[in-house]
Design a protein around this ligand. Structure first.
Ligand code: HC0
Ligand code: SF4
Length: 574
């Protein structure tokens, strides 16, 4: 174990450590912009292109970029020599010289890494102002790409090309003209982009941000003709509090409902209700395929980034996903049919707003084949956890004093099985809790399937259904999904059910969540919180949800009925 000195303090570090790791271990700090390491799930970006992490190393002539410089025995590192600080300041001034500097009206104001490093370095003037790049913005339903704000850190490329293996973004041109963009200058909408939002999740500036619908949602709330209902996704309640200074993993379900009431929504409902409904339809389909010889393995279909990935990259598997729509879309269909009819409201006057941890949900809401009516959409507006936090902040509400309120019913009642949709392995587990009882006719006493828990990116679990082994594949991150699907396609692996989520850890790591700043522990804490929501639920199986039973009795008849198919199922495109 090499001994090194960080600012004159001696510490031992692991073999092959970098200077940055040594500084972190010593409790020191050097800023970084292009460096990113989510070691546990295999995302690493260290092009050492930004140079803001330079430090002084005794005996070395040039300053050393901490993120890529290996330590050696006896190394003496100074993180704050005047030369290092001045070099960092120059680097940031040069980046700012070709940056719009419209911080006060920038969507990342207060959340921008370039802005905070400029502030830390006390940059109050810039001697390097000169020519500026001028690019058009690329605006899609989910994502706004503003190349003028790109600092060439390449994190988005790593997320898109190496982690997701979608390959939409890359650096083109040279020198001053270099910029990251899709090939042929296409809009993201014209590419294979899945709108997973992982490029947005890691972008340090506002070069990649969500397309926000905050004003549209306020306008709907203000419109007295409209009956505005809101649904909240499973993963939002375990992350929203981070935006207000609380620890990752804080569960704020009651405050989430309370604040949506305060904002003026007519009804506050839960996507979790629709997740239970999804299980009714998906488990029915799974048991049917299993027992009557349908296409196997069955793939889950609730993650829209994954669905788009499948359509582009694995067209030969187009018959494999469940035809069940996602909970978001099922909720919209039920709100504009069953709920509107029961309350005598013209569905054209019902506005459905979703609060999602996801950017692809914005894209999903616009897919025609997911909307049961030609006259209106299932879901009108999708906003992210981050956008909701902005709405709460602009309203002036103090998060800590928001009262805890319960969801409205009937579309607000849900089970623990629905809660775990928000974490990797949860959709498969929820489906199997129900399928087990339907197949065996017996009560499932131990509802947690251990093999479906955990943080590994690819997991294969075997679940015993009274002597029948069901093999389940779980994968998150589209690159991992690709590996799993190739193993299955090429006969190296055999499974009956596959759950896929595009984002790290599942929806808890979605592209619309509070920024995790490259720290997978944040995502793990959210997963633990999701499991706690399940473990503290009185009902933990979707088919036992009383409001779901009533919905079938009063309206849908039974899972897989003609009416269920019209409202709750879809198809896919090669
Ligand atoms: Fe998810 Fe969902 S669990 S995709 O991760 O299935 O976004 O949270 O809302 O629709 O329920 C996201 C989260 C959802 C949907 C649900 C599913
Ligand atoms: Fe790539 Fe996902 Fe970003 Fe699209 S949204 S460019 S697929 S990382």
């Amino acid at each position: 174990m090499p001994k090194v000195f960080v600012n004159n303090i001696e510490i031992d570090v692991a073999e092959n450590s970098t200077v940055l790791q040594a500084v972190n271990k010593a409790g020191g700090y050097v800023p970084t912009l292009c460096y990113m390491n989510l070691e546990e799930i295999g995302i690493e970006n260290k092009p050492s292109s930004c140079r803001v992490c330079v430090v002084e190393v005794e005996g070395r002539k040039n300053l050393a970029p901490a993120c890529v410089t290996p330590v050696f025995e006896g190394m003496k590192i100074n993180t704050h020599s005047r030369r290092a600080i001045n070099a960092r300041r120059t680097v940031v001034q040069l980046l700012l010289s070709d940056h719009p500097q419209d911080c006060l009206k920038c969507p990342k104001n207060g959340d921008c890494e370039l802005q905070s490093i400029a502030s830390e370095l006390n940059i109050t003037r810039n001697p390097y102002m000169g020519k500026k790049s001028m690019y058009d913005k690329d605006i899609s339903a989910a994502i706004i790409r503003d190349p003028n704000k790109c600092i060439m850190c390449r994190k988005c490329e790593t997320a898109c090309n190496e982690y997701q293996t979608v390959g939409v973004l890359s650096a083109v041109e040279r020198g001053f003209d270099s910029v990251v963009k899709p090939t042929f200058d296409w809009s993201l909408e014209d590419t294979n982009c899945t709108f997973c939002g992982q490029c947005v999740a890691v972008c340090p500036t506002a070069a990649l941000v969500e397309n926000d619908y905050i004003q549209e949602v306020w306008d709907e709330i203000e419109d007295k003709e409209k009956h505005v209902v809101v649904q909240t996704a499973p993963a939002v309640r375990v992350a929203l509090a981070e935006e207000f200074g609380h620890k990752p993993g804080t569960i704020s379900t009651g405050k989430l409902v309370g604040v949506l009431k305060m904002m003026g929504f007519d009804k506050v409902f839960d996507t979790n209700f629709a997740a239970d409904l999804t299980i009714m339809e998906e488990a029915t389909e799974f048991v049917d395929r299993l027992q009557n010889g349908g296409t196997m393995p069955m793939l889950t279909s609730c993650c829209p980034g994954w669905v788009k990935f499948l359509e582009h990259q694995f067209p030969e598997l187009i018959d494999s996903p469940s035809t069940a729509k996602s909970p978001q879309q099922m909720f919209g269909s039920i709100a504009k049919s069953y709920y509107a009819e029961a309350n005598n409201i013209d569905p054209k006057n019902v506005t459905v707003v979703s609060i999602m941890p996801c950017l692809a949900k914005k894209y999903e809401a616009g897919r025609d084949e997911l909307n049961f009516s030609e006259e209106y959409k299932d879901v009108d507006y999708v906003i992210t956890t981050r956008e909701l936090a902005k709405m709460i902040k602009e309203s002036g509400f103090n998060f800590d004093s928001i009262p805890e309120v319960k969801y409205d019913n009937p579309l607000g009642e849900s089970t623990g099985a629905a809660a775990i949709f928000g974490r990797t392995g949860g959709v498969a587990e929820a489906a199997l809790r129900t399928a087990y009882e339907w197949i065996t006719g017996e009560e499932l006493l131990e509802v947690e399937f251990e093999g479906l828990h955990g943080y590994n990116s690819i997991r294969i679990a075997e679940v015993d259904i009274k002597g029948t082994p069901i093999r389940v594949g779980v994968a998150f991150g589209l690159g991992n999904v690709r590996k799993l699907l190739e193993d299955i396609r090429d006969g190296r692996e055999k499974v009956d059910l596959i759950e896929v989520m595009a984002c790290p850890g599942g929806c808890v790591g979605g592209g619309g969540q509070p920024y995790h700043h490259g720290n997978f522990d944040v995502i793990k804490k959210r997963i633990e919180a999701i499991n706690n929501v399940d473990r503290t639920s009185t009902i933990r199986k979707s088919h036992e949800n009383p409001s779901i039973k009533k919905l079938y009795e009063e309206y849908l008849d039974k899972p897989g009925s003609d009416k269920s198919h019209k409202l709750l199922h879809t198809h896919y495109f090669e």
